[in-house]
Design a protein around this ligand. Structure first.
Ligand code: ADP
Ligand code: MG
Length: 282
């Protein structure tokens, strides 16, 4: 019986023993796996090439993003360990992040201001690091923010989400998440946009969600939600501190050129409170 069970183990490239499904994203499924030689836990993201090949230029984009992801090694970014491929699939071997999605914590209710601040500081540190290397994320939302066993935030999906703009336009990136709630107005407008500035907007929505426990722009009707985003129309719940309000108001600015920059975010009193800069791994 034991032999049969061993035969049933799925081993990838003779190297990784596949485990349970961790999550599903827009293009991919992510599984837990064990590096057989060292026993180390990893997460393996499997992308079906069929989905990808149908999109013109997407394969090139993925190759480019793989080299980019190797560039962005930071304590608050999920590490890409290696990439493998077969004729039909691409496998991203990543560090395994134990604590799951930040999303799960928000679903349970709003966070205390100090807890939200710490996640936001780590998020901005990661985003700043990427922007300094010319990488924008373009899909920042609590589902793509993971938390490790120490309670530290890890941005996942960096680079991979920086797909060609036509993908955003044909709605592919939204088919599964179903909501543009985190997307900057200039991205919704489908004109050219600056990915770094759009990321800052999304960080603003994330901060709001962490503090409020719900989305700033929400409507059962998608068009109404768009309208609210275009106008940055949102209210503050009464428990937001004045400093938090001030920062969120500077992040959720419709005009990308007037939106607060990362250095300016880092100078605000709300951000600076007990901020410890993570040391970059390179
Ligand atoms: P997609 O690019 O298709 O959205 P993601 O990279 O966001 O896929 O992964 C989908 C889900 O899998 C995540 O929301 C998360 O729950 C889980 N996941 C992804 N990467 C890891 C990881 N390194 N460790 C643990 N869970 C992960
Ligand atoms: Mg994702």
């Amino acid at each position: 019986k034991r032999i049969m069970e061993e035969e049933r183990r799925v081993v990838l490239f003779g190297k990784y023993e596949m485990g349970r499904l961790l999550g599903k994203g827009t293009f991919a499924k992510v599984y837990h796996a064990k590096h057989i030689a060292t026993g180390e836990s990893v997460a393996i993201k499997i992308i079906n090439k069929d989905h990808v090949m149908k999109r013109h230029g997407m394969m090139d984009q993925i190759k480019r993003e793989i080299s980019v992801m190797r560039l962005v090694r930071h304590p608050n970014i999920v590490e890409l360990k290696e990439v493998m491929a077969t004729k039909t699939k691409i496998f991203f071997v990543m560090e395994f992040v134990r604590g799951g999605e930040l999303f799960a914590k928000v679903v349970r209710g709003k966070l205390k201001e100090d807890a939200a601040r710490r996640y936001f500081q780590q998020l901005i540190s990661a985003v700043d690091f990427c922007h300094s290397r010319g990488v924008s994320h373009r899909d920042l939302k609590p589902e793509n923010l993971l938390v490790d066993e120490n309670g530290d935030l890890k941005v996942s999906d960096f680079g991979l989400s920086a797909l060609p703009e036509q993908l955003l336009q044909d709605g592919l990136l939204h088919t599964q998440c179903g909501t543009p709630a985190y997307v900057a107005p200039e991205v919704l407008r489908k004109k050219g946009y600056d990915g770094a500035k759009a990321d800052i907007w999304s960080c603003g929505v994330v901060l709001y969600v962490l503090l409020a426990g719900y989305l700033p722009f929400q409507d059962e009707n998608l068009m109404n939600m768009y309208r609210k985003i275009y106008k940055a129309e949102f209210d503050f719940p009464p428990w937001f501190s004045p400093e938090a309000r001030r920062l969120v108001s500077k992040l959720l600015v419709v005009d990308p050129d007037r939106r607060i920059s990362i250095p300016a975010i880092m100078r605000t009193p709300w951000f600076r409170k007990s901020f410890r800069s993570p040391v970059a791994a390179i």
